[in-house]
Design a protein. Sequence first.
Lengths: 170, 461
Amino acid sequence: MNTRVATAVMLTSALALAACQKKAPEELPPAPQATATPAPASTPTGPAVGSMEHFIAAVGQANTVVYFDTDRYNIDAEDSAKLQTQAQYFSQYPQVNFTIEGHTDERGTREYNLALGERRANAAKNYLVSLGIPSSRIRTVSFGKERPVALGSNENAWAQNRRAATITIN
Amino acid sequence: MKKALIVTLAFVAAPLAAQNQDLGEPMAEGQDVETIEEEQGLTGSVSFEGNLDDLGIAIPAFATDRNTATPANANGTEALGVELARVITANLRNNGLFKPTGPDSLPRPSYDNITDPVWSTWGVRGAEMLVHGYVRARSDDRLTVGCYLYDMALQQRLVAEGWVVSPADWRRAAHKCSDLIYARLTGESPFFDSRIAYIAETGPKDNRTKRLAIMDSDGANHRFITTGRSTALTPRYSPDYKQLVYLSYVDGNPRIYVYDIGTGRQTLVTQSDNPTFAPRWSPDGRWILYSMAVGGNTDIYRVSANGGRSERLTDTPGIDIGGSYSPDGSRIVFESDRSGSQQIYVMDADGSNQRRLSFFGGRSATPEWSPRGDQIAFTHIAGDFNVAVMNPNGRGFRKLTNGWQDEAPTWAPNGRIIQFFRTARNTGATSLWQVDLTGDNERRLPTPVDASDPAWGPILP
């Protein structure tokens, strides 16, 4: 039931995105007239389409990573908003393949965390697939607790490390 | 000649390419150790009746018939005799066993006195037990090492054995002598003559280099197997020590490889694009358990060590992972979060009769069945992470450690000591530790760099 709504949202936002790539999606103006012409790939001086830099510029750094509660892997409302933003980008640039890295915090055993990271990466992937992104474009990889971004041993650091990060390949 | 050899090596190495690019040079396999009967091998019973912790043992230098050059020691067999006694002394002392006194503070017995101790020399030193030994270079370059244990009160030999070892394996003779003494005095099975595989860690917390490494049970003969270009995790020795299974990111994804120590070749445990984790051997070496995530759901599989088709053993929507065989190979204890949190379950070796074992509050993970079969060690998570044990029926819970994060227990070959790794809060520094089944004698194992994922192999063949 949500697919049609999501698709509609996605298309509208995608067009908006095409019109104004630099701004964060939340602040985009209403979509202009529909047009079949994709936006120019990039300006000669800007980052190449599909590069991580280009992806971040288009969706905003904060939207490239979704976070999870302890031992959980469900996609909550905040995550789904971020993933919808990502889906807009990936439907606008169908040539771009990407990787979702699943991570955990350090407060788990090593092997379980590898499996949990894989589960988180797949949760994010499945959501993007539900938004119409072909699964063949999405690679998942789990790093378990091996690659933290926040180095402390406290709740704040652990919350930052329980994540699924989308990385463009090109 | 040399040029021809290099060309040949390059030619052989080429097809191994990507999969092996994280591997160092293959190493020579150890030689077999031949056991020889010493005359009047086993006699008498131990006279000492106190606490074994208080049992004094004198371990003077091993004697030699004549000082002979040997590749095992730059100063010949005489100096090697001192080293042998030092290794035995350190083995007993580091494991909190008895009260050993080593060769550096004892007179050296003559070769002739090894089988005929001068009791008056040792009687005044207060030791209840006396170890004598000899080392002799053979014409084929190998060494004969003899080991004798005497009861001072009875003035009687308790046990004696000898071994023929290659010079490179001289420490194994010291470990075998340690095992002989330990087994004779405690009635327990031996454990010193064994090796440990583990992960050596260096670098900052967010970019750690993790290398597969191996060492003897006392930390000697340390070797790195992988170069550190890719992350390596969770190794396990095959029961015959010829292979290691471990996880590597060498192709960018977590996958289990079977590494052949003699040839340096490695193969994937299963031909699949799915990530694989948590490899384990069956006690007879015929099966490998591994866990594989398909579409994000992890289950446990088993495959013949010779390859072939994998068989799926679990099928719940939860994470089913790990696994450790009972010593007779009939059952597997494993970890699952099918109840909502990590808990320990047991099943028959074919996957049937799955049932939960752990009801201790908190979470329970990484179960490892003792080689004796009488206990299961695991990581208990209740606030802190600690190593604990239970009976195979799920009762008899005992917590053995008190660190902030102690995980991944592994058993000594005799099921009396447990190793694990400890992670420090904030710094993420890791180190190997061990503790007795009683919870006593907790100590850190010295390693060249930080260390995790210890896997203690069985007694060497």
